[in-house]
Design a protein around this ligand. Structure first.
Ligand SMILES: NC(=O)c1ccc[n+]([C@@H]2O[C@H](COP(=O)([O-])OP(=O)(O)OC[C@H]3O[C@@H](n4cnc5c(N)ncnc54)[C@H](OP(=O)(O)O)[C@@H]3O)[C@@H](O)[C@H]2O)c1
Length: 342
């Protein structure tokens, strides 16, 4: 294993898409844990659309990453040294925001306390970064708390073959809904329908989305789990039912925007159809993560939820791999393998 710590640091705020030179890979000595702390070797690094938000200085839900700081990111790793009570060498942990680096320092306190992970038979470690992690929790709380899907209703989910979308559609099926996905390729649509059990999936790059939604949602849309925004949200708004719910999870079509973006043209339908649109950020649900984890672990063990992860090797490739989220290169949860599992 390494004796130094490679770290991706934010060098300048990207304008539009992330470009080579916006972040730089630096090298520092391996960190030394203090009292109550542990040294964690990072195994998996989560890549998320919100990484792009954190790189910008737009209005957001957390402070942006400061220029010169190590890039923020969720990690899973193994304890290599421990001065922390209840954590031993060899424990598998999520050290909070371990960041884009080989090693991080975790502790049981602070804003992001380290969590020891249980061993669940048949469940790979990477699942803790996906269905059993914040990704799955986002799908679970956004759909169930905000979308409140009822049996027989129609649920639409955009970025349907992505990390959050794949879980949303499967939970909606478990709740007895008709599920229609939107995704950017025929292969992703095939995955959503054939492997995940969606009722239909629209390749938004090939079809007029508003017309395709009309065809695939003959009774209209009751719940929209919105991951994309822009033209896709407009097409949804053209097809919503009275009292529809829109769980506003993300607006990925706008994260690389260089300036103001147009608002939805079909905004009036929110009024005419008495639609409830509610944004949410998963960190608000941290107190309820236990409830989610128990249910999701059960669904996974019963084979009721499938979870695809898209793993790319090498911390050095983190920036280019992140770009896949914005070109649609990933299917399922995008991760970087920073170092091997023990
Ligand atoms: N509110 C929260 O707490 C929270 C938490 C986690 C994630 N999120 C949000 O949830 C959304 C999905 O995140 P994720 O981690 O699951 O990512 P993901 O879906 O695994 O990856 C992003 C996908 O978005 C699609 N996409 C990218 N640019 C697009 C565009 N211009 N138009 C249409 N589709 C586009 C691509 O799929 P296609 O090939 O289908 O285009 C891409 O694969 C994001 O908006 C993210 O910000 C919110």
């Amino acid at each position: 294993m390494r004796n130094s710590n490679r770290q991706w640091r934010l060098k300048q705020r990207p304008v539009g898409e992330i470009k080579p030179g916006d972040l730089e890979l630096t090298e520092a000595p391996k960190p030394i844990p203090g009292k109550g702390e542990m040294l964690v070797r990072n195994i998996y690094l989560s890549l998320d659309p919100t990484n792009r938000i954190w790189m910008s200085d737009m209005e957001q839900y957390m402070p942006p990453v400061a220029i010169g700081d190590v890039m923020r990111g969720g990690t899973l790793g193994v304890v290599e040294q421990s001065n922390a009570e209840d954590f031993a060498v060899g424990d598998i942990v999520m050290p909070g925001m371990g960041g884009w680096q080989d090693y991080s320092i975790g502790s049981a306190g602070g804003p992001f306390p380290a969590q020891k992970l249980p061993k669940i038979p048949g469940v790979p470690l990477s699942t803790f970064m996906s269905a059993l992690g914040f990704t799955g929790a986002t799908a679970y709380f956004g759909l169930l708390d905000l979308g409140k899907p009822q049996p027989g209703e129609t649920v639409v989910v955009s970025a349907a073959a992505g990390a959050v979308g794949q879980i949303v559609g499967q939970i909606a099926k478990l709740k007895g809904c008709r599920v229609v996905g939107l995704a950017g390729s025929d292969e992703k649509c095939r995955y959503a329908v054939k492997e995940l059990g969606f009722d239909a999936c629209i390749n938004y790059k090939k079809e007029n989305v508003a017309q395709a939604l009309k065809r695939e949602c003959p009774k209209g849309i009751d719940v929209d789990f919105e991951n994309v925004g822009g033209e896709i949200l407009d097409a949804v708004l053209a097809n919503v039912n009275l009292k529809a719910r829109i769980a506003l999870c993300g607006l990925i079509s706008q994260y690389n925007a260089k300036g103001p973006v147009p608002g939805p043209y079909n905004f009036t339908n929110i009024l005419m159809k008495r639609v409830r649109v509610e944004g949410f950020i998963i960190i608000d649900y941290v107190p309820r993560l236990g409830e989610f984890a128990a249910q999701m672990a059960q669904w996974l063990m019963e084979g009721k939820i499938k979870d695809r992860v898209d793993i790319h090797d090498g911390l050095e490739n983190a920036v280019t791999t992140l770009g896949q989220l914005f070109t649609g290169g990933n299917t399922g949860k995008l991760l970087v393998r920073v170092s091997p599992e023990p």
